[in-house]
Structures are given as structure tokens and as C-alpha cells.
Design a protein around this ligand. Sequence first.
Ligand code: GRF
Length: 217
Amino acid sequence: MSNVMRLVVLLSGNGSNLQAIIDACEEQTIQGQIVGVISNRADAYGLERARKAKIPTHTIDHTLFKARESFDQALINMIDSYEADLIVLAGFMRILTEGFVQHYQGRLINIHPSLLPAYKGTNTHERVLAEGATVHGASVHFVTAELDSGAVVAQVKVPVEAYDTASTLAERVLRYEHVLYPTVLQWFCTGRLRLGKDGAYLDGELIDTPLQLVVEP
Ligand code: GRF
């Protein structure tokens, strides 16, 4: 298959989203190819998942770099050696420099476990429970320099149950993420989704409020 979109996935941990993307590429519900997986942690289980799928993996240990800029430059060098069309953040626990984000303008996408703009940052499940919210969710967005900002493309709503702990809630949200992320990646890979000057566009139409996917996880 030629002209297929080349995806590079960045992660730091378990990589269950990576697994969902690997499976979708194999089933061709994503018409794209994961050409490399990069982690900042050598022990990330996501690397193991990639190796099992025969995808090249790399670790770039951020602790070996004095400055954020030099770490990000090493990342750029590695990613660009793969001629990536799209850089997919899947639980990559590093704040990226403005230089990095600008370099990949329109080609950098992230999934965040909340209904953005609510609950930016970490520990979203704990904060949702602490506030007694009854609805939680996940969002896929193009990345800009500000943390968990940028054009939100699509979201899924996830119910919060009375018995939930942070871990039961996190687990449920992940199941929805595993449908949401491949769906949005397929839009990008088929040329339906792009970032314009004023926001994200799907099929030529500005997404002015995030698309709400109804998902059966
Ligand atoms: C997910 O909750 C994702 O939304 C967030 O990091 C977590 C990654 O989980 N950005 P996994 O490593 O894909 O299992």
C-alpha cells in the first residue's frame, strides 16, 4: 500500500491506546502504518506491545538531558528520521517545548482523559470524583504549546457510577478512549481531518464545538 499515512507514537507507560491503534491498523479500520514507537522510559510496557507487533522502538531517556530543548531536539531528530505524517501522543508524560509543537503544527495529536476544557493536567479521575461530577470523558485534540489546549476534535462522554474509585473510573474511560482515538486517527489518515488557522476541520467544515461520539466500548 503506497501513500499510507506514517504514524509515530510517543508514550511513557502501559500503551493500551497504542494497542488499540495497532489493532485498528491491522484490521485496517485505520488506513495508516505505525512506523515507530518512542518512549522516554525504557520500562514502558507500550514498548513491549510495539515489539510484539514488530514495530521499531526507541527510548530517549529525558533524564539524560540537561534542558527540555535538547531532549525535544533529540525527539525531533528521531521522529523526522521516520518521515512521520502524524505524531500520536498516547500517554506521553512530558511537557513539550513550543519549538517542538511548532515544528509539528497540524501533525501532533493527543488524547486526554477529560471533557476538555474541563480538567486539564493530571489526576483527572480523582478530581472528577472529588467534585462529584456524574459525567466524565475523553478528548482528542491537536496540540498547541499550552498544556492540554489546542483544537478539540472529538470527545466521548463516560458515565461516573456511584461505586467508582479513581481506578475503576480510569479503566472505564480507557475503554472509551480505545474507540475514540482510532476513529479520529482514521479521519486524519483518510485526509478528512486537518488543522486550519482557526481550528480543526472535518470534511472541510470547521469543528466549532467538539464532535460528540456515541461509543459502545
Ligand atoms: C490515557 O488515559 C490517555 O488519555 C492519557 O494517558 C493515558 C494513557 O494510557 N493521555 P495508556 O498508556 O494508553 O494505557
